[in-house]
Design a protein around this ligand. Structure first.
Ligand SMILES: [Zn+2]
Length: 459
């Protein structure tokens, strides 16, 4: 077998986000093949063989690649609609449009969502896709194809909905699948696309949409299916006060108790939002190691509230960050969520002690890897882990006078990405994507957004 090719990165600051938060003011990282071979203070060791590239990263901070733990790619083509609504009103306004999506729309929207995140330092993305109109094509296949082309590591959370208006749910009747249809399609997607290996680029999770759009049977049988297939579970939970009321009226209990009763707490589960959690809900997540995808911008956009992230972290709950769908976070960027998570949590009960810059960076990297079940492989810079890392340029006007690099990255303006590597392969250079054409994606997403608007207007 040929010896692995090496890339040497030198003269940079490094935030490893390892268990001790080790940082180097002037250090090096050596990538060999798709792994991190070594890193540390000073220059790289002399005499390394097969060095194909040497990067002088002066003025840069190197961090693990960002991990996005909650998104809905298809919403890229319904941005800027229902901009002054709360969650339930926003959903009711948008479902009729979303129910008209087809494969070319979903592919184009996935390209747009992925491109925006990747050029901002995301190296692992996920898509919670739950709208599968009848005869709309191979939506899961299209999403996975877009992720492969962009070059990011990817988890598809195969979503589903089977509780429509006629059953007291929010989606219109024509926008949902049957219980049996959803379970069969989810199982087929796992069997076709899930790769459980250490350096896997594609994984699949079982992901019914939310308590107010799926039946109790779909939650229960979805959990059984995921455990039979050995894959993770994802859904929305405790997002708004309206959801809490909905659960109490329909099921006689709050969302967390309802999830527990359907098999939806556990270390193989992560849930988006978790805003309205009391002490016993947080204790239940901590006890079961259920993960949380914290989506601060979306929660603000939909006036949902402030998740109790400091209390979750204090209890040992795994917490990552999420963009959420771009119909409720039009920017679609994750690196700005580091700052938003920190600022929004400081508006909550813990005030200035809520989160610091290092904790915010940890949420966006290692915390994300934990909730996706991949913390052995990614999320921190350590020898033997996969080479998913970002070079942030911090020596220009925006950041050069900020006291330290991690503070600059989190508190400062969105930092430019000089290079981003996934699995040892470079996918971004000087803020441009290397394997897909950003301008062509901008054009196609605009065309598909207009086509969807036209079809939706016809009713
Ligand atoms: Zn969501």
């Amino acid at each position: 077998m040929a010896a692995a090719q090496r890339t040497v990165i030198e003269n940079c600051s490094i935030a490893t986000v390892d268990a001790d938060d080790t940082e180097y003011g002037h250090g090096h990282v050596v990538i060999a093949g798709n792994r991190i071979e070594s890193l540390g203070a000073g220059r790289a060791p002399e005499g390394l063989e097969n060095v194909v590239r040497r990067i002088d990263a002066s003025g840069h901070l190197v961090t693990p690649g960002l991990v996005n733990t909650h998104h809905h790619f298809y919403q890229w083509i319904t941005r800027g609609l229902a901009t002054d609504h709360n969650l339930f009103n926003w959903l009711v306004a948008l479902y009729p449009t979303w129910a008209r999506i087809d494969e070319p729309m979903v592919y184009s929207a996935a390209q747009g969502s992925l491109a925006m995140m990747a050029r901002g330092g995301v190296t692992t993305a996920m898509d919670h896709h739950y709208v599968f109109p009848k005869d709309s094509g191979d939506l899961s296949g299209a999403i996975i194809r877009a992720a492969r082309e962009t070059g990011v590591r990817f988890t598809l959370a195969r979503g589903s909905m089977d509780r429509s208006e006629k059953d007291g749910g929010l989606p219109p009747d024509f926008a949902v699948e049957t219980l049996e249809g959803a379970l069969a399609a989810t199982e087929a997607t796992v069997k076709e696309h899930h790769d459980a290996s250490f350096d896997s680029m594609t994984q699949v999770a079982v992901a019914p949409c939310s308590p107010f759009s799926v039946s109790t049977e779909l939650l229960r049988e979805g959990a059984e299916l995921a455990r039979r297939l050995g894959v993770r579970l994802h859904t929305h939970g405790s997002e708004t006060v309206e959801e809490e009321q909905f659960c109490k009226e329909l099921f006689g209990m709050g969302p967390t108790d309802y999830f527990e009763s359907t098999g939806w707490l556990g270390e193989d589960v992560w849930m988006a939002h978790c805003v309205h959690m009391n002490d016993s809900d947080i204790a239940a997540f901590a006890r079961t190691k259920t993960g949380v995808a914290h989506c601060p911008s979306s929660n603000a956009r939909l006036a949902a509230g402030i998740a109790r992230v400091p209390d979750m972290l204090a209890g040992g709950v795994p917490v990552g960050l999420g963009v959420d769908g771009t119909a409720s976070n039009e920017s679609g960027e994750l690196h700005t969520e580091l700052r938003n998570a920190l600022l929004i949590n400081r508006l909550g009960a813990h005030r200035e002690a809520a989160l610091n810059a290092r904790q915010a960076l940890r949420l966006g990297t290692y915390g994300g890897a934990q909730v996706l079940g991949r913390s052995a492989e990614i999320g921190s810079l350590e020898p033997g882990k996969l080479a998913d890392l970002v070079l942030w340029k911090l020596d220009t006007l925006a950041h050069a006078s900020i006291a330290d690099p991690v503070t600059a990255l989190v508190f400062g303006a969105a930092a430019p990405v000089t290079a981003s590597f996934v699995n040892g392969r470079q996918i971004v250079e000087d803020n441009r994507l290397l394997h897909v054409d950003e301008d062509a994606i901008a054009r196609s997403t605009r065309a598909e957004a207009q086509r969807l608007a036209r079809i939706a207007a016809q009713g």
